[in-house]
Design a protein around this ligand. Structure first.
Ligand SMILES: NC(=O)c1ccc[n+]([C@@H]2O[C@H](COP(=O)([O-])OP(=O)(O)OC[C@H]3O[C@@H](n4cnc5c(N)ncnc54)[C@H](OP(=O)(O)O)[C@@H]3O)[C@@H](O)[C@H]2O)c1
Length: 252
């Protein structure tokens, strides 16, 4: 896709990967509407020159209000990126983990579906556009500290495949961004020295996103060993390696 002339709604861009991607898309020439819940960050981003909209993807009314605002102010919207997500650690031996599981499904899986549903009529009416879903290397190679997170991302992968098939021939394309661990903060960098540098990651993403035709999956070099572990015969070994992180759970 041509990243220099898009009108993009990017909920989940008040921080992290979404914010870096918003800045890169804007620098490339696209118009970006940033969404999220944190009003203070939306205000700062508005001062930076972004259009902004408040949205909570777990709340159907909030998603519809945000959709209406975005389309009223940007009727030429052609791209939606479902970036909003939470990454939660769970101890499955403690039933109290269910709250985290519920929030993960509500945000990462149902939030993604709600957002897509909200914008599909507009995109179909245009007859062109792009939906960028966001999964994770963890959706393909589980990280046992984050069980429901992995399940939601595997779910969004499967959903993206079905969505692409259902939208075939409509002019609306579906591409899935599959990030590996990315150092979105100094804390992430400290806890995972292997996490990719955020700027390097987003620069690589922009290059891949700009290909024509748009790839079905945006796979930076650093995620391919996870994306293809099952095919490559490294799956069991890599899951065992990742399982070592379980010792960090309290009481293990
Ligand atoms: N960083 C990584 O290593 C990594 C790896 C693979 C995949 N990912 C995925 O990349 C995406 C961005 O993650 P990140 O690491 O950049 O984390 P982040 O900095 O915590 O960003 C998460 C974004 O999601 C938004 N969000 C969370 N709950 C929301 C809700 N209910 N409604 C609307 N927005 C909500 C947050 O905004 P507000 O709090 O303002 O609402 C924030 O903008 C996520 O989908 C994550 O699963 C990240």
């Amino acid at each position: 896709m041509d990243t220099s002339n898009r009108t993009v709604f990017l909920p989940g861009a008040t921080s992290g990967i979404g914010l870096a991607l918003a800045r890169h898309l804007r620098a490339a020439g696209s118009t970006v509407v940033v969404g999220g819940r944190r009003a203070d960050l939306l205000e700062t981003l508005a001062a930076e020159g972004f259009a902004t909209v408040a949205i909570d993807v777990t709340d159907p009314a909030s998603v519809e209000n945000a959709r209406d605002t975005v389309l009223r102010e940007h009727p030429d919207l052609d791209t939606v990126v479902t970036m909003s997500g939470v990454m939660l650690v769970e101890d499955l031996r403690d039933p109290a983990h269910f709250a985290a599981a519920q929030l993960s499904v509500e945000t990462n899986l149902l939030g993604t579906i709600r957002l897509i549903d909200a914008f599909i009529p507009h995109l179909l009416a245009r007859g062109s556009g792009t939906i960028v879903t966001v999964t994770s290397g963890i959706g393909f190679l589980p990280f046992p500290l984050m069980p429901t997170y992995a399940a939601t991302k595997a779910g969004v992968h499967a959903y993206s495949e079905a969505l692409r098939a259902q939208l075939a021939g409509t002019g609306v394309e579906v591409t899935e961004l599959v990030p590996p661990a990315v150092a979105t903060s100094p804390e992430v960098r400290r806890s995972n020295p292997a996490a990719l540098d955020l700027e390097e990651f987003v620069t690589e993403v922009m290059g891949l996103l700009g290909a024509d035709p748009t790839p079905h999956e945006i796979l930076v070099e650093g995620v391919r060993m996870h994306r293809w572990a099952e095919r490559d015969g490294t799956y069991d070994e890599l899951v065992a390696r990742r399982s070592q992180a379980l010792v960090t759970l309290p009481g293990r």
